[in-house]
Design a protein around this ligand. Structure first.
Ligand code: RB5
Length: 153
């Protein structure tokens, strides 16, 4: 899978570890920064990863900041992105099954959870169930089409 990843300074250590883990698992990684632990602004990286996913340059995106909240708020401003902040395996499983989330937002505190690799793997591997959930996604997509512009439009 082609995965775009990004973090701010707070998420840098976990993002760097996940890049290695995902490359070793055979994924193609686009690391869109940040590139060191100096203070920076999470929306810049959320938009870069979100736009890569929305444009089809990446199949999925993974973002890390202090809480994961800022990254999920910013990424969800990009039309076509369905970013989900996941703290548990159940979150990861359900957001793939029901929301077809295409961006995973993580808190740097997840680095302390021994199951964070399993959480990421679960999110990558779990299929969308479709059916009645597709109807709900279609509602989001229709709302975006009415109200959101793509960059440059
Ligand atoms: C940065 O200090 C922090 O605000 C950021 O990493 C994130 O937690 C925002 O939601």
């Amino acid at each position: 899978m082609r995965i775009a990843v990004g973090s701010d300074h707070r998420g840098f250590a976990l993002k760097s570890r996940l890049v290695k883990y995902l490359e070793e698992a055979g994924h193609e990684i686009m690391d869109l920064g940040c590139s060191c632990a100096d203070a920076c602004n999470y929306p810049d990286f959320a938009f870069a990863v979100g736009e890569a996913v929305a444009a089809g340059a990446a199949d999925r995106g993974i973002l890390v900041c202090g809480t994961g909240i800022g990254m999920s708020i910013a990424a969800n401003k990009v039309r076509g992105v369905r970013a989900a902040l996941c703290r548990t395996l159940e979150d990861a499983l359900m957001t793939r099954r029901h929301n077809d989330s295409n961006v995973l937002a993580l808190s740097e505190r997840s680095a302390e959870d021994p199951r964070v690799d399993e959480l990421v793997r679960t999110w990558l591997d779990t299929p969308f169930e479709g059916g009645r959930h597709q109807t709900r996604i279609d509602g989001i997509t229709a709302y975006e089409a009415r109200t959101m512009k793509r960059p440059g439009c």
